[in-house]
Design a protein around this ligand. Structure first.
Ligand code: GLV
Length: 309
């Protein structure tokens, strides 16, 4: 019986080593070199080709290699009766907190402007607001969002959170549901999107959302490219209503060469690296879930297919 890793065109030797370090008896195979698909009981996948999940007749569980699962839910050929799980990992949360903090501080401390000033040989100090007066609006308060909120509040930001259903997050001014979206956005000098991608959140970063933000607000999207309506962002930044954006995720990845984000002076792009799973910190939960799946036990971090995360 085996675990198959499906992560096309990537070196997954660190994953194989990390899984085997926790359980040397495991058979771990790397797609497409699967010796016997009939022996595969657990699949760990990212960017898998559609249809491939149907090749394993004895699958007991499909795991995302990351926190997001939209790649699995959007694949109509993903077997509907096999449980899906995702990774919930401190390494992923910490990495996301670092990225968000970096984006916020770079923006507030005017780093892009200083780079331009440096090129021009200019010495011009820019004003900086006290961070307690900066409202950070966090869309998505799940495992990762709550961790990020905690780091931001500890650092001194005023954090507002928006989630689908009402919840309490220590130190965060929470808003829930569509009805409260406008009130939430009005507080967000910096809007950070960490939402799961679902039918409800698809395209949520659009012109209407941007209009409800304070003037000169800044956007950080580290969730999924399809949350954002690209043309609406360009219009909002070009009109001066938004001051800029930091984007880690795109509708098409890699971002096509001709896309206007590449050359935009006020849009910074990174190649989907905000929070990348580290096999060494995430492998144990995979091994544990593999054993649970094989023994028919309750799985950790199970995905609710209807809810979409
Ligand atoms: C990254 O995008 C993830 O979902 O883990």
């Amino acid at each position: 019986m085996s675990i198959a890793i499906i992560y096309p065109n990537r070196d997954v030797s660190a994953w194989v080593a990390a899984l085997k370090a926790h359980d040397p008896t495991l058979t771990v195979e790397v797609w497409p070199e699967i010796s016997d698909p009939g022996r595969v009981e657990y699949v760990l996948c990212w960017n898998h080709p559609e249809g491939v999940l149907q090749d394993f007749p004895h699958l007991k569980c499909i795991s995302s290699l990351g926190a997001g699962v939209n790649h699995l839910l959007n694949d109509a050929t993903c077997p509907p009766d096999i449980p899906l799980v995702r990774l919930v990992d401190t390494g992923l949360k910490q990495s996301m907190a670092e990225y968000v903090m970096l984006g916020i501080l770079e923006h507030l401390r005017r780093v892009p402007e200083y780079r331009l000033q440096q090129q021009r040989g200019e010495w011009i100090p820019q004003p900086v607001p006290p961070i307690s007066t900066v409202g950070v609006g966090l869309m998505g308060c799940g495992e990762i969002g709550r961790y990020v909120a905690d780091k931001l509040t500890a650092f001194g930001f005023t954090v507002h959170g928006w989630s689908r259903r009402p919840q309490q997050v220590l130190g965060v001014n929470m808003f829930a549901g569509q009805d409260r979206l406008g009130a939430f956005l009005a507080n967000a000098d910096i809007l950070v999107c960490l939402l799961p991608l679902t039918a409800e959140t698809h395209g949520i970063l659009n012109a209407k959302t941007f209009r409800r933000l304070p003037r000169r607000a800044y956007l950080i999207n580290a969730a999924r490219g399809a949350h954002l309506v690209d043309a609406d962002l360009l219009a909002a930044v070009d009109s001066g209503h938004l001051s800029g954006a930091l984007l880690d995720v795109f509708r098409e990845e890699p971002l096509p060469k001709e896309h206007p984000f590449w050359a935009h002076a006020r849009i910074t792009i990174t190649p989907h690296i905000a929070s990348v799973t580290n096999p060494r910190s995430a492998a144990l939960q995979v091994v544990e879930n593999y054993h649970r799946a094989v023994q028919g036990q309750r799985l950790s971090n199970r995905v609710d297919r209807l809810q979409g995360y």
